[in-house]
Design a protein. Structure first.
Length: 938
RNA sequence: GCCUUGGUGGCGGAAUUGGUAGACGCGCUGGAUUCAAAAUCCAGUUCUUUCGGGAGUGUGGGUUCGAUUCCCACCCAAGGUACCA
């Protein structure tokens, strides 16, 4: 009777499901603990070995917390809207709902076979109408609120309208980024409805505006930067240009300051908080207004260095700014237009990455320096980004390196405004120990003094104003996609009208075709009945839109991050049909105690969800302002992608070792399952894998085609996904769980690699053998010897500490050492084996349950109290060597002796071998580290 | 480019946070057991060496009695970079 993991694992998985062992109640005497995983997108490639890493870690912690007496909420669900299902639908015509359901079923099977302790009765799916009803509802709430700076929270649009009706907009202090002329109460009331709506859109927390997108005319769709490679679409290789389109956006910028300051009290990784801080990008400076010669327009710039205002020698505008067209002089028009066209073909990332290539064009226009009245040439340059600050900079080449490089490149004069500093070679960017010179009233001031003074004077002359700028941009919320939440909006007289909660969910309509319409409208434009009957408050099957009772519905859908911004509250009360989460549930669970997920979400999901949380908190809909007290980033398990090399313009693929620097071959990804451990490609398999390879030619090296390797994110599109199924089949879930933990530190990224699996599997077999002798179950009542108890308690201590600090890899090592020692002692004592079983149960739950039952327990091991470390088993023997000498004038003292300096010196000098080394000399200096090492300097 | 993280034997990694670098596991080598193999057990395993020792934690500097750990500069890899999730 060996360790039959298959039988054991099937048995206990069935038992847990049958007994509903992990179903958790919203009432309990015990303290609550909510452990959340970032839910997966159910990809067609199935769950890969990277997913379980975090789930195993959270499951270990969840089981540990149950042993420690907590009422643990540990749910799971699916982030099931997304692009891959839609692209699959485009290729095959398969409805994304069907694909998604299939993928979810597969995921569930895979998750179940790993023995996770999820409470599946609380499962959520973002693509289910029961769920997205509430996502749509939150959208409506955002639409129905604005951000009031006086109270520093979101307030209802109705209250804003009331104020407009009473006092106009003069005293309103709210976040609004469109220019709205002052109006009185009477004027407001006289406005037409559409005019009022237009104004209100400037305030709403979700609003329509023109946003720049990557437009691909051939595909008739908008593309992510991700989908653009070298300026052409990844799919098809068509040209992509920048285009302005009406888009829904979320006014996350209103929450910039609170998102920033809220980080302070969160127990999240410092690096991740730093990423969010940098992303929000708070900077203090000033807006400065420059008049334009021969125009009544002004250029508004944001600068963090108003102290250098006298060093301005030119200005640079982002090429895509509308203003450029208005000021460009006829003799420069041609050059400017061709430059703009050029930059339109580059993504923002390319522009930022390419700093060595300095490009720009003079517009022919001049601005007027607000303080000196000097003529300042206005340039455009792609190092200035349209969506940061105002899209325009006042260039101070002596104080900013990019401005300096630009000036040098185009031979623009550089004025030095720093005292005793040379700017002949590079800009002087140091702010400390700097004295301003050649700057009129700023002469002799330090950076700090000059900042304040410059802003004062600019404000006096109405030429500027002190400002805080945030890099954080409003989040575009429209997607020209099918497989997402429909936006609950219809259009009346061209203005957006909100549905109400009673109208929801607004179900996603069926379409024949998942591509954009021939006219370039989003896929929902293909739906035959996508119109709203305003009177009867329902979707209208009759497509005749008459704009009196039947109105067109919004065709865009929501982005992937919509549902994931609030899903963690739905788990608390997943079945509630009346509210997004019931009061009782949310008051009991409050928030997430531990959130586990990857740092790749740092500036996406983890920021958006904090924004929604704060908004819902403002509305008194949620009890806390931050939803996750503690966050741990599990490192990504990376895949090892394989590449074949195609000779340019041919269908010939070359073995990697034949590549020479002269021919630049194109690397093309191939599926890793076609490659063996020695990087040799299965060419016949490749030919069958994708039609493009069926007729290809291959250049072998010694009959072998070697592939190139690269470590990168595991993803279906990179063909480098490894499934956990085979490992479960071969070694069992307990081995997989322990192995993934043993692989390395939880937080660190590491490439997947199966070498070493057998070591962990062996450990479990040895553990099993501790309970058996000659294949019969044997656990004795004999009193264990002291050594066995010592090793047990060392292990309890180490494992408890390691679980609490999420060092699961070293935990596994401790188990191995413990079991090896007990094996060599031939220890079968119940007093040792019982606590050890509980200790192991979070890591290897199946084998622990089995042995627990064999020990005579009828209840599951799940709730057994965790063993407690007892120090008294450890100290005894260690008192024998108070001082040890390692021959290099270095001493180690045991705990009991390391008290104070004098006692230590006395002990060391009294030690016989000390005298040998001293040879009559006396120590000059003692270096004593308590409980550690002593060095003596002669 | 910018932000974040990491770089230690043939491999994954450990090091009480400034104190004997390489725990534990894989792999490899030798041995025991076996007709044989698998499995299991025991021993060895950073490199180098004239067997005294010498070198060694991405590279080059620095601080320190002492640095994988702290500081400066650089190189390499991964994640993010706003429509992948």
């Amino acid at each position: 009777m060996g360790y039959d993991f298959k039988e054991i694992e099937n048995k206990w998985q069935a038992y847990w499901a049958d007994q509903q062992t992990f179903k958790v109640s919203n009432h309990s005497e015990k303290p609550k603990f909510y452990i959340l995983d970032m839910f997966p997108y159910p990809s067609g490639a199935g769950l890969h070995v990277g997913h379980p890493l975090g789930y195993i870690a959270s499951d270990i912690y969840a089981r540990f917390k149950r042993h420690k007496g907590f009422n643990v909420l540990h749910p799971q669900g699916y982030d099931s809207f997304g692009l891959p299902a839609e692209q699959y639908a485009i290729q095959t015509g398969q409805h994304p709902a069907k694909t998604t359901q299939d993928n979810i079923s597969r995921y569930r099977t895979q998750l179940d076979q790993m023995g996770f302790s999820f409470d599946w009765s609380r499962e959520v799916r973002t693509s289910s109408p029961d769920f997205y009803k509430w996502t749509q509802w939150i959208f409506l709430l955002l639409f129905d609120h604005y951000y009031c700076k006086d109270t520093d929270k979101a307030l209802s649009i109705t209250s804003l309208i009331n104020r407009f009706e009473k006092e106009g907009n003069v005293n309103i202090n709210a976040v609004c980024d469109v220019k709205i002329e002052p109006f009185s109460a009477a004027e407001w009331l006289a406005y037409e409805d559409s005019q009022q709506q237009e104004i209100l859109l400037g305030y709403r927390l979700t609003y329509l505006s023109d946003a720049e997108v990557n437009w691909c005319a051939e595909l008739g769709t908008v593309l992510a930067n991700d989908e653009i490679i070298n300026g052409v679409s990844e799919r098809g290789g068509y040209p992509v240009t920048k285009k302005k389109m009406k888009q829904w956006s979320m006014r996350i910028s209103a929450y910039s300051e609170r998102l920033l300051s809220g980080l302070e009290h969160l127990d999240w990784p410092e690096s991740l908080k730093e990423m969010q801080r940098n992303w929000i990008g708070k900077s203090i400076g000033a807006k400065v207004f420059f008049e334009i010669e021969g125009s009544d327009k002004k250029i508004e710039v944001f600068t963090t260095r108003p102290d250098t205002i006298f060093g301005v020698t030119f200005m640079t505008l982002a090429p895509e700014l509308d203003l450029v067209q208005e000021i460009v002089q006829p003799n420069q028009k041609k050059a400017v237009d061709s430059y703009i066209k050029e930059t339109q073909q580059r993504t923002q990332r390319e522009r930022m990455a390419d700093v060595k290539n300095i490009t720009g064009v003079f517009t022919g226009a001049y601005a007027v320096h607000p303080l000196t009245g000097d003529k300042i040439p206005i340039w455009i340059g792609d190092y200035v980004l349209a969506d940061y600050g105002t899209g325009a900079v006042m260039a101070v080449p002596c104080g900013d390196q990019r401005d300096y490089d630009f000036a040098k490149h185009f031979d623009i004069p550089i004025t030095n405004i720093f005292k005793d500093v040379s700017v002949a070679e590079e800009a002087h960017t140091d702010k400390v120990n700097t004295i301003i010179a050649h700057s009129d009233f700023l002469n002799g001031l330090s950076y700090k003094e000059a900042m304040v003074r410059a802003i004062d004077v600019l404000e006096e002359k109405a030429a500027g104003v002190g400002t805080i700028n945030y890099k954080l941009r409003d989040a575009v919320f429209s997607r020209q996609r099918y497989w997402g939440e429909p936006i609950p909006i219809y259009y009346k007289n061209g203005m957006p009208q909100a549905l109400t909660l009673e109208d929801l969910p607004l179900n996603l309509p069926d379409v024949e075709n998942y591509l954009p319409t021939p006219e370039g409208a989003p896929p929902l434009g293909n739906a035959v009945n996508w119109a709203w009957n305003e009177k009867e408050r329902r979707i209208e099957a009759n497509t005749a839109i008459d704009h009196t009772t039947i109105f067109p519905l919004e065709l865009n859908t929501m982005p992937g991050w919509a549902g994931s911004s609030w899903y963690f509250y739905r788990y608390m009360d997943a079945q509630n049909p009346d509210v997004f989460v019931g009061d009782e549930a949310k008051n009991y669970w409050q928030d997430v105690d531990l959130y586990l997920g990857g740092s790749e979400h740092a500036t996406g999901h983890l920021l958006y969800s904090r924004f929604w949380q704060k908004f819902l908190f403002d509305l008194d809909l949620l009890p806390v302002e931050e939803y996750a007290k503690k966050l741990i980033n599990q490192g990504m398990i990376l895949g090892t992608s394989a590449f074949v090399y195609r000779k340019p313009g041919t269908q010939t693929y070359v073995s990697k070792d034949l590549l020479s620097p002269e021919i630049t071959c194109e690397p093309i990804r191939v599926d890793v399952s076609l490659v063996n451990a020695s990087d040799e490609l299965d060419v016949e398999g490749l030919k069958k894998w994708q039609p493009q390879f069926a007729e290809a030619e291959f250049e072998y090296s010694k009959g072998i085609l070697k592939v190139g390797r690269e470590v990168e994110k595991m993803s279906k599109s990179k063909y480098n996904v490894v499934n956990p199924d085979e490992i479960c089949e071969q070694y069992g879930a307990d081995t997989l769980r322990m192995y993934e933990m043993f692989l390395g530190p939880l937080e660190q990224a590491k490439p997947w690699n199966t070498a070493g699996m057998s070591g962990v599997h062996n450990f479990l077999r040895k553990f099993w053998k501790l309970f058996h002798q000659e294949d019969t179950f044997l656990v004795t009542d004999t009193v264990p010897d002291k050594k066995a108890l010592k090793i047990l308690h060392e292990t309890i201590k180490k494992v408890t500490e390691d679980i609490e600090s999420f060092s699961f890899n070293t935990c596994v090592s401790s188990f191995m050492i413990c079991v090896n020692e007990l094996t060599s002692m031939d220890c079968h004592s119940l007093e040792v084996l019982k606590p050890l079983t509980i200790l192991l149960s979070p890591f290897a739950p199946h084998i622990s349950e089995e042995l627990w039952q064999k020990l005579g327990h009828t209840e599951s091991i799940v709730e057994a109290p965790f063993p407690v470390f007892d120090e008294s088993f450890l100290v005894e023997e260690e008192k024998n060597y108070p001082v040890s000498f390692n021959g290099k004038m270095r001493f180690t003292l045991s705990l009991s002796l390391a008290l104070d300096k004098e006692a230590i010196q006395e002990a060391v000098l009294g030690y016989p071998r000390t005298q040998e080394y001293l040879e009559g000399k006396s120590p000059k200096k003692w270096i004593i580290v308590p409980n550690k090492i002593i060095n003596i300097v002669f």
